[in-house]
Design a protein around this ligand. Structure first.
Ligand SMILES: [Zn+2]
Length: 641
């Protein structure tokens, strides 16, 4: 009797201790549930179970409120080997049949085979742990799984939230989510995440992870011996509510992005378009890319290695992570600096003479001898002699070092050589060389060493997004807003499932602050005039991009490179008065800027401004037959099945 009393007392004391440990270290017993419907059972007797409630992730819309990304769930059947009681052969066979455990179309399967496979799977689970849950069957349809925890002891379910993509492109912008890794867990100083949680890995999913993920909730419940919930623990006194993630609207125009991706089919390169008035990124195409749906859940394990070894680098976001020489598209900036530094006036004419000549250096001019050109015509006709000469004079205004550092100062004001402080999670700054850079390279250098910079070649490198931003600065005649991808954040949304956001809040932070360059705004008029002639004059280098009812101002670039055919580049904005879009198209080894990049840019502009492409081409008198055929083919092409 005495012993028994002692035993009861011991039991009571232990129970109290265990109870508090349970509450304090609830984390180690945590179970993930969604919508309070699905449960893991843990205890063999009545017990309190802490449940972490993962909120629904915020949705992603385009600038016209087209839904791009929503949520779906996958369910895994988990097994805890020491808890299972399933041993009756008939029951095992029923269980196996219920879950199609044999992946076969055979009608008469030997029943022993079911039992054998079932036992093999249990042995496999035991290897991991006899007492901890591991995956028994993956990705089970939701319907199959209702109320399962009650049916078979030792089996529980785990719900995994996954993303569902409504579009088959823009993977580089949207990014993807995945299970948190060790480094990410270690970097989580607020201890928000636990092993097994989903986290944004790339793109917007990463940049806006904190907004999209929401706040987890905690619920304590009392369960019976088989893990079936009986009641809330202490009327929910210790519970905290979950907060669903905030939906966001991005600045991307889905239709423009899709068109851009199609037009880039077969090319390696990028298209970036920006709204000059706001810095909003309208599209950010990188080519080749991949279908965002191919990176969902386990698919990623199959797809990633394939994409990773692809020599065309579909995982590389060329719009922000590839730096290229800007070529002749930089000529407006060379001109603006020369004007601001009083090297030339807007009326100064300079001889072409087939190229810029210096005792040690020649920069040839397209095999032509332009008549003496003023600054506007020099842009329209892209005269290398003109820009080499004004750059040479700038560099030797004082010492070469001082001259180059003045140049560097302006170039950087236009957003080159840095990340632009945008809200995209990755990117490269490109390279803007200064005097230190060349002092490390040469003993005594003069303008002839660096003359290629005048025409955007040599050691300068820029990303397509920087070139689009530079174009927006010209369109705005001297200012810009940091290019950004976030447009609005949803403050009122209908919960679970949210169909539509009820109230949007504009963003107004650093991203919407105006940044000005130190060049007089009237000088930009001469550039814009020249850029218009690039498309509409007989000698213009981008006649193919001309479209009768939209005044486009642009500049071609044909960039020589060591690796093969020239890169084709074109920057443009439109309409000339009150610009709504600034764009850069960069095509690796695409040939001349006028022949490849320019028509693509012009089609993107047409799509954005008129919401369609006129395939009768009535307003495109200068578009070649080849391109007309190309456009129709590309519009009908499919993206990343
Ligand atoms: Zn020339």
């Amino acid at each position: 009797m005495k012993n028994l009393t002692l035993s009861n007392r011991q039991f009571f004391v232990y129970s109290i201790i265990i109870f508090f440990i349970f509450i304090l270290l609830g984390k180690s017993f945590y179970i993930q549930v969604i919508k309070n419907k699905k449960y893991d059972s843990l205890a063999s007797n009545n017990s309190q179970v802490k449940q972490i409630i993962i909120p629904e992730r915020g949705l992603i819309y385009d600038r016209n409120e087209i839904l791009l990304v929503k949520n779906d769930s996958l369910i895994d059947l988990m097994i805890t080997p020491n808890k299972i009681t399933l041993n009756d052969t008939v029951e095992i066979i029923n269980f196996c049949k219920y879950f199609n455990i044999i992946d076969s179309v055979q009608i008469n399967i030997d029943t022993n085979k079911y039992v054998k496979i079932f036992e093999e799977k249990i042995t496999e689970a035991k290897k991991y742990s006899k007492n901890k849950a591991s995956i028994f069957i993956e990705n089970i349809p939701k319907k199959k799984i209702e109320n399962l925890a009650i049916q078979w002891k030792g089996f529980d379910i785990k719900t995994n939230m996954i993303r569902q993509y409504e579009i088959g492109y823009a993977a580089n912008i949207l990014g993807y989510t995945g299970e948190i890794n060790k480094q990410e867990l270690e970097a989580d100083s607020n201890k928000y995440y636990q092993q097994g949680d989903q986290i944004g890995k790339t793109g917007i999913e990463k940049s806006y992870e904190k907004l999209l993920r929401g706040d987890k909730g905690v619920k304590y419940i009392v369960t019976n011996s088989v893990g079936v919930p009986k009641s809330d623990y202490r009327n929910g006194e210790f519970d905290t509510l979950q907060n669903p993630g905030k939906s966001i609207m991005i600045t991307m125009d889905a239709k423009l992005q899709e068109l851009g991706q199609k037009l880039m089919n077969g090319y390696n390169g990028s298209i970036v378009a920006i709204e000059p008035k706001t810095g909003e990124i309208l599209c950010m195409v990188t080519s080749p890319n991949y279908n965002p749906s191919s990176m969902i859940s386990d698919n990623r394990n199959k797809m990633y290695p394939i994409l990773h070894v692809d020599s065309n680098k579909p995982l590389l976001d060329r719009s922000i992570s590839s730096a290229y020489p800007p070529g002749s598209t930089l000529k407006m900036l060379t001109a603006l600096i020369a004007l601001e530094e009083n090297i030339v006036s807007v009326n100064t004419k300079i001889d072409c003479n087939f190229g810029w000549r210096h005792p040690n250096k020649t920069v040839s001019c397209h095999g032509t001898d332009h008549p003496p050109l003023n600054i506007t015509n020099a842009i329209a006709e892209s005269c290398n002699s003109y820009f080499s000469e004004i750059f040479h004079q700038l560099i030797h205004k004082k010492s070469a070092e001082e001259g180059l550092d003045i140049w560097e100062k302006y170039i950087k004001e236009f957003g080159f050589g840095n990340y632009l402080n945008n809200d995209l999670y990755t990117g490269v700054p490109g390279n803007v060389p200064n005097s230190t850079f060349y002092n490390n390279m040469y003993n005594n250098w003069t303008s002839t060493y660096i003359i290629s910079l005048a025409i955007g070649q040599g050691e300068i490198s820029t990303t397509p997004i920087q070139l689009a931003n530079y174009t927006a600065i010209i369109a705005n005649k001297g200012y810009f807003f940091t290019p950004h991808i976030i447009k609005k954040i949803c403050t009122e949304q209908t919960e679970q499932p949210f169909v539509k956001c009820d109230e949007w809040e504009e963003i107004n932070e650093n991203l919407t602050k105006k940044k000005s360059v130190s060049i007089s705004s009237n000088y930009f008029d001469y550039m814009i005039e020249g850029m218009e002639r690039v498309l509409n004059s007989e000698k213009g280098t981008a006649k193919q991009a001309f479209i009768k009812n939209i005044s486009i101002c642009g500049k071609t670039g044909t960039v020589q490179n060591m690796q093969g055919e020239d890169h084709s580049v074109f920057i443009a904005f439109a309409p000339k008065e009150d610009p709504e879009i600034a764009i850069c198209v960069y095509i690796e080894h695409g040939g001349s800027g006028g022949s490849t990049a320019a028509p693509i840019a012009s089609l993107c502009i047409e799509q954005y401004l008129t919401d369609s492409i006129d395939t009768s081409f009535v307003n495109r008198s200068k578009l070649s037959k080849y391109w007309k055929k190309q456009v129709i083919e590309k519009l009908n092409s499919k993206l990343y099945d």
